[in-house]
Design a protein around this ligand. Structure first.
Ligand code: HEM
Ligand code: HEM
Length: 373
């Protein structure tokens, strides 16, 4: 199922680019990428990492299938926002999403309580990320049934989801994924995660409330941007620039992180009314989400496809997926910055990067495994 969700995310990203180029409602393209593509994949990735962070067994039964429920909620939201399904489908999406996320959060909290020893601090980032998603869905639900609150509810929803749900789960995961990708420990990662969470939460709360209290915008952007910069500085000190840029996976993850810093600058600017906020949605997609997901999948898909001890087949698939990682990262960076600057042309390098990844993915998954594996 993890491989299915990884492939679905790539298809959803291609769909989002197609919808945007065809001139569909911007919210439809955004939800193809974020709600259909990213949201179920974040659940699947958490299902993979929570047992690692708590040194316990994997998800089973209903919990194992919750990413599929989130995919259904995302499809309902996409259908309604694109005008292909009636408006009530949006209420269905909100209800389904809230119930499934509460159930998943209960599982994560239960894993934390039963952990052998103290759980890794990355777990609190997942708990906070899921809390943001629940809040984001409840808030947009309130906006839908109470129109006077709609403007502020929509702003709180989109900032809680992009910076909170996706941002927190990404940074929490990156602290574990980067050392794995480089095959070198990062002894300061856990301390950094513990120290950064309160600042990050304050920043997200500020961005979510800044729609109604505009003076919160700049400090919120500085807090989130500061946390992300501190992460990059920590990696630089631990691993060095040459190593970070030298591998396809780590280069992708680094570019995603730098993309998030640019989005914080753009957030401060659009919060002050210096540029349209809408540009940040395409910038977030191309400059952050695409390098993040393609980088993370290049590291994780080989493990999901060939679980257990390392085999030649796993190493070959990882090499294949990471091979164009640095070129893709540059394409996403250029695309993201162009889109953020309002240049629609930025869609071209982003689409090329997705196509390159889709090709590596297809050839890697369809290739015959070498040796007896
Ligand atoms: C079941 C899940 C979801 C539902 C029902 C939902 C619902 C909505 C609704 C009703 C709007 C307002 C649309 C408009 O005014 O045109 C909206 C906007 C938005 N949502 Fe969601 N959402 C969901 C998940 C997500 C996720 C997971 C993300 C990001 C990670 C997200 C990001 C956004 C963004 C960026 C906007 C603004 C889009 C724009 O106007 O360009 N949403 N959402
Ligand atoms: C880092 C921090 C960020 C801060 C402090 C921030 C702050 C704000 C503020 C204060 C507004 C309201 C402006 C108004 O009253 O019209 C706003 C609007 C908006 N922001 Fe952000 N933002 C941030 C990041 C982001 C990101 C990452 C995205 C991308 C997904 C985004 C997308 C939007 C959108 C789509 C709007 C609404 C534009 C519209 O339809 O009117 N923001 N933001």
């Amino acid at each position: 199922m993890l491989i299915y969700l990884g492939c679905c995310a790539v298809l959803a990203f291609a769909l989002a680019i197609g919808l945007a180029l065809q001139g569909a409602a911007p919210a439809a393209a955004a939800h193809a990428a974020f709600a259909v593509g990213a949201m179920p994949l974040v659940f699947a990735a958490m299902g993979h990492f929570v047992p690692v962070l708590t040194r316990s067994g994997g998800a089973r039964g209903m919990v194992h299938r919750l990413p599929l429920v989130m995919q259904a909620a995302g499809l309902l939201a996409l259908g309604a926002l694109g005008g292909w399904l009636p408006g009530w489908a949006l209420h269905g999406a909100v209800s389904l999403g809230v119930v499934a996320t509460v159930a998943f959060l209960a599982w994560v909290l239960g894993k934390g309580r039963k952990a052998l020893g103290r759980p890794h601090p990355g777990l609190s980032w997942y708990v906070a990320a899921l809390g943001c998603l629940i809040l984001a869905l409840v808030v947009v639900g309130v906006g839908l049934v109470w129109p006077p609150a709609y403007r502020l509810a929509r702003l709180a929803h989109l900032h809680l989801n992009t910076l909170g749900f996706i941002g927190l789960s990404a940074i929490g995961t990156l602290h574990v994924l980067m050392p794995t990708a480089l095959a070198r420990p990062d002894p300061l990662a856990a301390t950094r995660l513990t120290r950064q969470l309160p600042w990050m939460l304050a920043g997200i709360a500020g961005a979510a409330l800044a729609g109604g209290l505009p003076w919160l915008g700049v400090p919120a952007a500085a807090l989130i941007g500061g946390v992300v910069m501190a992460t990059v500085a920590g990696w630089w000190r631990t691993h060095g620039g040459a190593r970070l840029a030298g591998d396809g996976v780590s280069a992708s993850l680094l570019v995603a992180t730098l993309g998030l810093v640019s989005l914080c600058v753009a957030g401060a600017a659009h919060g002050l009314g210096l540029m349209p906020g809408r540009l940040a949605v395409a910038g977030f997609f191309a400059g952050f989400l695409l390098p993040l997901v393609t980088g993370a999948l290049s590291q994780l898909l080989p493990v999901w496809r060939h679980p257990g001890p390392i085999t030649p087949a796993r190493t070959t698939l990882r090499e294949r997926l990471a091979r164009h990682g640095r070129i893709r990262a540059v394409l996403f960076l250029i695309g993201g910055l162009l889109l953020l600057a309002g240049q629609g042309l930025g869609a071209a390098p982003a689409a090329l990067g997705v196509a390159l990844f889709a090709l590596s993915l297809m050839s890697g998954l369809l290739a015959r495994a070498p040796g007896p594996d």
